[in-house]
Design a binder for this molecule. Structure first.
Ligand SMILES: [Zn+2]
Length: 162
């Protein structure tokens, strides 16, 4: 029997590049270098959407939103996340909570954490208190530590409705 609570994990990374603004959790970070990608490259929204899909074994983000599909060029990832949250609800589950970590050597994300939580909570249609966003650096180690890009990890708990 399928359990009433399920956990999902998501991970994503994008290299810096292109000429778009940096967007994390739907929040545009002023003055920061943007990330390269087919959509708006919102690495945090992608990690959360991936975790949601994983929680119900619905496949991965690339299957649902292929980067070869022109419809998703420059797509707002928060809208994609909203669609994935809808899939979860249609399966009879709701989001219990979500915890994310953004790994970025720069910019400093602390001033934007609350706005990111609000952005994600809005797309997930849950309370802000159900969404945690942590920020850390890679301690100068590896590609992330050299500031070549930004990664995001997310775990979500989904709870069967009723
Ligand atoms: Zn991505």
């Amino acid at each position: 029997m399928t359990p009433d609570i399920r956990v999902g994990h998501g991970w994503d990374v994008h290299a810096f590049g292109g000429d778009r603004p940096l967007r994390l959790g739907g929040v545009e970070i002023p003055g920061a270098r943007g990330l390269a990608g087919h959509s708006d490259a919102d690495v945090l929204a992608h990690a959360v959407a991936s975790a949601l899909l994983g929680s119900l074994a619905l496949g991965d983000l690339g299957t649902h939103f292929p980067n070869t599909d022109p419809r998703f060029r420059d797509a707002r990832s928060l809208d994609l996340l909203r669609q994935v949250a809808g899939m979860v609800r249609r399966q009879g589950y709701r989001v219990g909570n979500c915890d994310c970590t953004v790994v970025a050597e720069s910019p400093r994300l602390a001033p934007h954490i609350d706005a990111m939580r609000q952005g994600l909570a809005g797309a997930l249609e849950v309370e802000v208190a159900q969404v945690s966003v942590q920020a850390t650096t890679a301690e100068k180690l590896g590609a992330l530590g050299r500031g070549e890009g930004i990664a995001a990890h997310a775990v979500v708990l989904v709870v069967r409705d009723g």
